[in-house]
Unconditional design. Structure first.
Length: 379
């Protein structure tokens, strides 16, 4: 994810994959004609070469690649690349300006540093799972790779910060990021609340402990909407849209703190009012009065959504391996002068072996083929 975000904004990314096996993500989730679909999205814009880092040739290839590189990203367990002779001391002796982004389960230091770590482990460890779900049911993990995705975003940000510093003084540095750390920061006021008030946030379904209303509600036609009204003016507009203006005058709901103290009664009143309307009518009423509302979209709804289409949030690119157009999430955000762009979908394994290993690094194809490097997918 880190290198995907960097590639989206113009970085030239070379992905080094293990020969034959390749990136594990090639075998994650759904496939079409034997091709991993998620791999195509998360490795968009990158080039792929194959090199076994456990061999002298693989180590030599990496050393040659980093001579002119700005950033190296790795997510092996601490000590692994050192074992292969590719530790930061070795690489930064070759290129003192190299930025090494190291993403691991628990970081490069601390008593847990040697533990294996994946996003699922981080989501529980950081405290996310504990607050996710219903009070009378077990904790829930997210339905997607939340820790992986947020770590990818943070890693790309920290890499950019380090690159900005390098542009000023020419020196590289090591970025040490644990999978749980970004998520811990994003969990809101839990730390300060526990520090100062000894509060432990518990599961509350879709509610938040610091603002109300905030929930998912069922409509008359058995569909779902999301409503949020932390600002007093928005709460009053919600009441007008639902034809219950008296609710905003009720002392139990006079402001956000009062609503939090009486949240059960608040949600019951809102749910009863919402059940009188179909979702389409509610959407029209809320939008007209500038109250905050959204349908609870599934991916089919998102594909049909006019606003997402207008902002090109989903883009179609041709994939020659699949032989068809492939739609995926577009680059997030709009930069007025230097917008991001996806140049191509995830590459075939070793697709750029010839371009990188022979044309760029100067190896001979016959020599590499004799050592097991595959050029069958190379252009």
């Amino acid at each position: 994810m880190c290198s995907m975000f960097l590639a989206d904004f113009g970085a030239s990314v070379i992905k080094v994959e293990r020969p034959v096996i390749g990136d594990e993500i090639r075998r994650w989730g759904e496939t079409k004609n034997g091709v991993g679909l998620y791999y195509k999205a998360v490795n968009r814009g990158k080039k792929s070469i194959t090199a076994d880092l456990r061999t002298p040739l693989g180590v030599e290839i990496v050393k040659k690649l980093i001579v002119n590189a700005d950033i190296l990203i790795e997510n092996y367990r601490p000590g692994t690349i050192e074992k292969w002779g590719l530790g930061p001391d070795v690489l930064m002796a070759i290129n003192p300006g190299l930025i090494i982004v190291r993403v691991t389960g628990f970081g490069q230091t601390g008593p847990y540093k040697d533990r294996p770590g994946f996003g699922t482990i981080a989501e529980a460890y950081a405290g996310y799972a504990y607050i996710s779900g219903y009070p009378d049911r077990p904790p829930l993990l997210p339905g997607f790779g939340l820790a992986d995705s947020t770590t990818g975003l943070m890693a790309a940000y920290l890499a950019s910060v380090a690159l900005h510093d390098k542009r000023k003084n020419g020196k590289g540095q090591i970025v040490d990021l644990a999978l749980y750390e970004t998520l811990l920061t994003l969990l809101g006021p839990q730390v300060v609340n526990h520090d100062q008030l000894n509060i432990v946030q518990e599961r509350a379904a879709s509610r938040l402990p610091f603002t109300a209303p905030r929930n998912i509600y069922l409509t008359k036609d058995k569909k779902y909407i999301s409503v949020g009204g932390s600002a007093q003016s928005i709460f009053e507009r919600i009441c007008l849209a639902l034809e219950i203006p008296e609710l905003a005058l009720d002392s139990r709901f006079a402001d956000n703190r009062a609503r939090l103290a009486n949240v059960d009664a608040l949600d019951e009143a809102l749910q009863n009012a919402i059940l009188r309307f179909d979702r389409a009518e509610l959407m029209e009423r809320f939008i007209q009065l500038e109250a905050a509302i959204s349908p609870v979209n599934n991916i089919q709804d998102i594909f049909a959504d006019a606003h997402m289409a207008s902002r090109e949030n989903i883009i179609e690119l041709y994939d020659d391996e699949l032989g068809t157009g492939l739609r995926m999430q577009n680059v997030p955000g709009k930069l007025s002068r230097t917008p991001g762009q996806i140049n191509h979908t995830g590459p075939r394994m070793g697709e750029h072996n010839r371009e990188i290993l022979i044309d760029k690094l100067g190896y001979k194809e016959s020599d590499l083929s004799a050592l097991g490097v595959d050029f069958s997918n190379s252009k």
